[in-house]
Design a protein around this ligand. Structure first.
Ligand code: SAH
Ligand code: SF4
Length: 347
């Protein structure tokens, strides 16, 4: 793209928070747009959500999964995965530790594990909520009634990535799952008053920049409160093991474009990014992102929750992570968020 038209497009996105699919595709395809996009996104981030970086303590409570996503190490056909399931008591203990370590929010994430019935989860949610934490669930697809029961028990937020808005690609990579049901889940969660996080993978085989542009417009259309992007980290235990990893420069352009189009959203610098490129979390925090999700799972479970190999910081302790993150945030001239860090609404 010519420098003048690139500049005009980025300024338009930073002002109007809107681009057409064609315009977005053109920016995402333009490798030379990276720096200017990131600078504009950093400006918009500061204006809309400020300098605070919000930390969410991540509890990975079960690695059992009934689904079979082609990219993921927890897929049910991965016979080499060592499975574990934390007891409800152990989950509550981790939440207490996260609270004591100064995390205002915890995220409970797992594979789609049927052992955790809505009833069992409701009890855990109630217990965790008595600690005064903001609670996010990331447990995959459930019925509207189950989402309602968990919301009534006190769950505040829910993370469910759409993964890709290319329906055909989605259904090929997530065999047995339906794109319509994924969208239904997101609509139910919104209607129930959850703060809803979604997002996509970057680097899926067959995925195009145009499809990523469509993903970003989808996030805007459903008014996502949080958007998490993961570069594909090929996992040798999965059918996508020989694919090339997601292109981190494209990931950066996607993160920046999301900030421009969804200025109020919470956008995490994710572990998958750091795994592919050490130091990526800082780069992303200066390219539109404002959230980090340090792991507070301990010991063996932390190693066995292997969505992808080489997960950054897998050998660290939760205390170490908290201190390390705080140091990195301060070094960038930013501050650690003190409140719940919910989605801000400026109008
Ligand atoms: N089972 C739940 C939550 C756990 S999976 C769910 O699927 O929603 C959380 C996320 O991990 C998924 O949304 C997916 O985007 C990401 N993930 C899985 N395998 C990955 C890989 N190989 N590389 C990068 N991200 C991956
Ligand atoms: Fe299960 Fe989630 Fe992995 Fe899919 S991405 S296999 S649903 S843990």
């Amino acid at each position: 793209m010519e420098e003048r038209s690139r500049h005009a497009l980025i300024e338009k996105a930073a002002c109007d928070h809107w681009l057409t699919r064609e315009e977005l595709s053109a920016l995402l395809a333009d490798e030379e747009a990276e720096k200017e996009l990131a600078a504009a996104a950093d400006r918009v981030r500061r204006a809309y959500v400020g300098d605070e970086v919000h930390l969410r303590g991540l509890i990975e409570f079960s690695s059992y999964c009934r689904q079979n996503c082609l990219y993921c190490g927890l897929r049910r056909d991965n016979k080499n995965a060592e499975r574990y399931r934390l007891s409800p008591e152990a989950i509550v203990v981790l939440a207490k530790k996260a609270k004591a370590a100064g995390y205002p929010t915890v995220v409970m994430q797992s594979g789609e594990d049927a052992w955790f019935t809505a009833e069992r989860l409701v009890d855990i949610v109630r217990e965790v909520k008595t600690l005064g934490l903001t609670l996010t669930l990331s447990i995959g697809e459930r019925t509207a009634d189950e989402y309602r029961a968990l919301r009534e028990a006190g769950a505040d937020r829910f993370l469910l990535r759409i993964e890709t808005t290319d329906r055909e690609l989605y259904e090929r990579l997530d065999p047995g799952m339906s794109f319509d049901n994924r969208v239904r889940c997101l609509a139910d969660l919104k209607a129930l008053g959850y703060e809803v996080g979604t997002g996509c993978l970057v680097g899926l085989p067959g995925q195009t920049v145009d499809s990523l542009a469509q993903d970003i417009l989808f996030f805007r259309e459903i008014d996502a409160d949080m958007v998490g992007i993961g570069p594909l980290v090929p996992n040798g235990e999965t059918p996508l093991g020989n694919e090339p990893p997601g292109d981190m420069r494209l990931v950066r352009r996607v993160v920046s474009a999301i900030r421009l189009l969804l200025p109020e959203a919470n956008i995490p610098a994710t572990t998958a990014m750091e795994t592919l490129q050490p130091g990526a979390r800082e780069i992303m925090l200066q390219s539109g992102a404002n959230v980090m999700m340090p792991n507070v799972t301990e010991g063996e479970a932390r190693k066995k929750y292997a969505l992808y190999p080489g997960k950054a910081c897998v050998a660290d302790t939760p205390e170490h992570c908290r201190a390390c993150m705080e140091g990195r945030i301060r070094a960038m001239g930013r501050t650690v968020g003190t409140g719940a860090g919910g989605r801000r609404r400026n109008n």
